[in-house]
Design a protein around this ligand. Structure first.
Ligand code: BGC
Length: 657
């Protein structure tokens, strides 16, 4: 298909800038194909236009789990797998991925986002987009930008300085845009008082001109307040259909606020999108069963083993009681997909894997967030005398969702009591936590032997958890966000803005940057995760490739008798700086598969951006001359190797991209 804009009337062109209904774009009186948009991000959520029912598709692990894999190839696989469902169901553009920074663990949509760190979020999102788009299906990178909580998300202005914006909230978009998502979705909120949908500086000057985005900017559903103003800011397509939108644009044109040339520029973008949806080759390459297997692969790789005292895991032999049938596949809201797959319970999955070694029984208790059917007393009786008790706790789509935030980082009182009471009668308690973001475990973590963070694992969650508990899979996930000791320790604490303005007072100190600066103890640091294997790091060398280009080269060895995978992380620290800088910042990472006893060399490349900060007076990235430490670690608080380099640039080369 190729459409010539000259064949369209002004009325048709104006209409093209608005949605036809909730999910499709306009067609210019039937001359053009519509574009069908469907949510994401962890599986297709296509709504049938007639019945409004959600069509069934593979429910992949949530992005929190994908992020915890730290695996770029799995991010690509995730995208490609979801794209096959899109092709089969006729969705043209997947409304995903979401990459907003996890500024507070309370944010209701954290499960849909990647990380507190922009480099990790951007790198994985880029691969996810490449995966989806390699199959001829478009993506919508969302929500651009600075929408970091759900409270009053439509109106509350995110107020922050440009350095914070540039260093924390924009880089993930900047990196992901390198994959040229077919669309970017603007957020609901104003930024420093200007709606994201009307913010010409952010949409045009930064996103298009600086970051080089070539595609269509669409609005979040209902994020436009005035259509011609949004168009003037270069928003291309307002979604969904809104009765007043056409009139607003027409009046804007008649009064001379917008010109036909400006309308044409937006229409051209939409026509290019239509051409892509029509012309790009779409071939389904997986069966439903293979898609399920891909979901399982990602879920396994994203499970994080947080605690494993006396190596209680993997499970060895004896009697095992499984308490709690509570298993959230994912969070709620627009991300809530529906699967055809009927998952079995964790007990069934475990019993199959441990047949002949362990007797696995289900307990009486239903551990959920309401106070009914808890059966605490019965559970404790059952737990008494068992060799091991596995308790499943966590959140579900009623607690973590779109449009509201969590009110606490703690589990429900019922769930906490269940753990504490069980631990009183059995010293071998293993807790499996299903949640989309950090959980405060202070009430019970010292009383249990092991903790497994499963995230929201999608339709294959119970299989993946059973594989890790049984030892069929060696855990390799690492946290993509810090687990603080409690809410008061987080950069924003209980502050959620006042309904008018949310002041980003912590500035660039978000996530581990905050806990490092404040020298705060945390429950589990960013980048942390245990394994059944054990890894050593050695032989760090820095190879200079240019004035500010270095290859960080080091060895990682599996010094155990278990095959495993290790994510090593490269952080950079500016030793002396004229401005306030984080203690360290993630600038590279690699996940390496290592057989028992095997060593491999790892190479991570750094460029000027790895050393630069955003200078507000210069309005540019700037490398300050002096010493930088290169820190290689197993987590942000477990640095294994350090080397120092000195950068001496002539004045005119210190300003960088
Ligand atoms: C959400 C978007 C979603 C859209 C369509 C909005 O409320 O913020 O993430 O893609 O709805 O469902």
């Amino acid at each position: 298909m190729k459409c010539d804009i000259k064949t369209l009337t002004l009325e048709e062109k104006i209409k093209l800038l608005t949605g036809k209904n909730c999910w499709q774009s306009e067609t210019a009186s039937g001359k053009l194909p519509d574009v069908f948009f469907s949510d994401g991000p962890h599986g297709l959520r296509k709504i049938d236009i007639e019945t409004e029912a959600t069509e069934k598709a593979t429910v992949m692990p949530s992005l929190v789990v994908l992020a915890n894999t730290w695996d770029v190839e799995l991010a690509r696989l995730d995208g490609a797998t979801i794209a096959d469902d899109c092709i089969e169901k006729g969705a043209d553009v997947l409304l995903a991925p979401g990459i907003n920074i996890k500024r507070t663990p309370l944010c209701g949509r954290n499960f849909e986002y990647f990380s507190e760190d922009p480099f990790l979020a951007g790198t994985l999102a880029k691969a996810y987009i490449e995966g989806v788009q390699s199959k001829g299906i478009g993506t919508s990178l969302k929500h651009y930008c600075v929408n970091n909580r759900e409270y009053d998300r439509f109106y509350q202005s995110s107020e922050l300085d440009e350095r914070t914006l540039r260093e924390i909230y924009l880089p993930a978009f900047e990196i992901a845009v390198q994959a040229q998502p077919w669309t970017v979705m603007c957020s609901y909120n104003p930024i420093n008082g200007v709606w994201a949908s009307e913010n010409k500086w952010l949409l045009n000057d930064v996103l298009r001109e600086e970051f080089g985005f070539e595609g269509v900017i669409i609005s979040d559903w209902g994020a436009v307040h005035n259509s011609w103003r949004a168009m003037k800011a270069t928003l291309d397509l307002e979604m969904p259909y809104r009765p007043q939108a056409y009139q607003e644009l027409k009046v804007g044109f008649e009064k001379g606020y917008i010109t036909e040339a400006e309308i044409d520029a937006r229409v051209e973008k939409i026509l290019q999108l239509m051409e892509k949806t029509q012309n790009d080759k779409k071939v389904v390459t997986t069966t439903k069963e293979q898609r399920h297997q891909n979901a399982l692969k990602i879920a396994r790789s994203g499970i994080v083993l947080l605690k494993n005292e006396e190596n209680i895991l993997p499970l060895k032999q004896g009697s095992i009681l499984v308490l709690g049938s509570f298993y959230g596949m994912g969070g709620g809201g627009s991300a809530l997909g529906q699967t055809e797959y009927c998952p079995r319970s964790l007990r069934e999955e475990l019993a199959e894997r441990l047949a002949g070694k362990c007797e696995v029984v289900n307990g009486f208790a239903k551990v959920d967030n309401k106070n009914w059917a808890t059966g605490m007393r019965f559970a404790a009786q059952e737990a008494y005398g068992k060799d091991v008790v596995v308790i499943c706790v966590g959140n579900n789509e009623q607690i973590e969702s779109e449009a509201f935030d969590r009110t606490t980082l703690r589990l429900s009182a019922t769930q906490e009591d269940m753990i504490i009471n069980t631990a009183k009668v059995n010293k071998n308690v293993i807790v499996v936590v299903t949640a989309g973001s950090a959980v405060d475990m202070s009430a019970w973590i010292d009383k249990v032997k092991a903790v497994v963070f499963a995230g929201f694992g999608g339709e294959a969650a119970s299989e993946a958890v059973a594989d890790v508990l049984a030892g069929n899979v060696c855990p390799s996930g690492k946290l993509s966000e810090t687990f603080p000791l409690n809410l008061a320790d987080t950069p924003t604490g209980e502050n959620r803005g006042d309904g008018f303005v949310d002041e980003y007072r912590e500035g660039i100190f978000v996530g581990y940057r905050w806990y490092d600066k404040k020298e705060k103890e945390v429950l589990f640091p960013f980048g942390y995760g245990l394994s059944y294997a054990k890894f050593e790091y050695f032989d760090l060398k820095l190879e200079k490739k240019g004035a500010t280009e270095y290859d960080v080269v080091y060895m990682v060895k599996n010094v155990s008798d278990t095959d495993g995978q290790e994510t090593s992380q490269v952080y950079v620290r500016d030793v002396f700086a004229m401005v306030s800088r984080p203690e360290k910042e993630l600038k590279g990472f690699t996940k390496t598969a290592l057989k028992a006893g095997e060593s491999k060399q790892v190479r991570v490349s750094l460029d000027a951006r790895a050393f630069a900060y955003y200078s507000m007076p210069l309005k540019k990235w700037y490398v300050e001359n002096g010493e930088f430490e290169i820190l290689v670690g197993a987590s942000s608080r477990d640095i294994r190797l350090t080397e120092t380099i000195s950068i001496e640039l002539p004045d005119d080369e210190q300003v960088t991209h």
